[in-house]
Design a protein around this ligand. Structure first.
Ligand code: NAP
Length: 176
C-alpha cells in the first residue's frame, strides 16, 4: 500500500510558517497551553515523519527531542546525524516520490510531512492526502511560506473548522 502524506501545521493569516530568520515567536506567544489544538490526536494516527532540513535544524534547537516516531530528514547537504539521534533520525537525499516509496517498503502507512518547502514539493507530487492548518491571528508581511507554485490546481474538500478562544482557527481539508 502506498504511504500517504498528512500535513499538520500552523501559519500566520498571510500564510507564513516562520519569519524569514526561522523564528516562531509570533506563534509560540499565541499558543494557549489550556487549549487542545489536536496535535496529540493527529500524531497518534501517524507512523513516521518526513521533514525538510530547515525544520530539522529548527527542532534541533529545542532542548529535547520530542518525537517518538521515526523521522526521515530530506536533504542534499546534511551528512551526519547528532549522536543522540542515531536510530531515531535518518537522512536521505530523495525526491518526494522516492521518499514515499522508501517509507512504504519499510511498512509505513501514514507520514506526517513537515516543513514549508517539503510540503510544497509533496503537494506538487500529489503525495498529500490531508491538510490541517491552524491559522494564527497575525499578519507577518514576510517570512517562509507554506504554499508555493503548483503545476495545476489542487482541489480540496473541506472537512472541519474549529475556532479557539485564543483566536486560532483550525481547518482540515482532504485532497479531492
Ligand atoms: N509553523 C509551523 O507549524 C512550522 C512547522 C514546521 C516548520 N516550521 C518552521 O519552518 C521553517 C522550515 O521550513 P522551510 O520551508 O524553511 O524548510 P523545510 O521544508 O523544512 O526544508 C527545506 C530543505 O529541505 C531540503 N529538501 C530536500 N528535499 C527537498 C524537497 N523535495 N523539496 C524541498 N526541500 C527539500 C532542502 O535542504 P538541502 O539544501 O539540505 O537539500 C531544503 O532547503 C523553520 O523555521 C521551522 O521552524 C514551522
Amino acid at each position: 500500500m502506498p504511504t500517504t502524506g498528512h500535513v499538520f501545521i500552523a501559519t500566520s493569516l498571510d500564510g507564513f510558517i516562520a519569519r524569514s530568520d526561522g523564528t516562531l515567536d509570533w506563534l509560540l506567544s499565541r499558543d494557549d497551553p489550556t487549549e487542545d489544538h489536536g496535535y496529540d490526536a493527529f500524531i497518534a494516527t501517524m507512523d513516521c515523519i518526513v521533514m525538510g532540513r530547515g525544520t530539522f535544524e529548527s527542532v534541533l534547537q529545542f532542548p529535547d527531542w520530542h518525537y517518538t516516531l521515526p523521522v526521515l530528514v530530506l536533504s542534499s547537504t546534511l551528512q551526519t546525524i547528532p549522536d543522540h539521534l542515531q536510530g531515531k533520525v535518518t537522512i536521505a537525499n530523495l525526491p518526494p516520490t522516492d521518499a514515499m516509496q522508501h517509507l512504504a517498503t519499510q511498512g509505513h502507512d501514514r507520514a506526517y510531512i513537515d516543513g514549508g518547502q517539503i510540503i510544497q514539493s509533496f503537494l506538487r507530487a500529489r503525495l498529500i492526502e490531508t491538510l490541517t492548518i491552524t491559522t494564527a491571528p497575525v499578519l507577518l508581511g514576510a517570512g517562509r511560506p507554506l504554499f508555493g507554485t503548483l503545476p495545476a490546481d489542487v482541489p480540496l474538500i473541506h472537512e472541519t473548522t474549529k475556532t479557539f478562544p485564543s483566536g486560532l482557527v483550525q481547518s482540515t481539508w482532504r485532497l479531492a
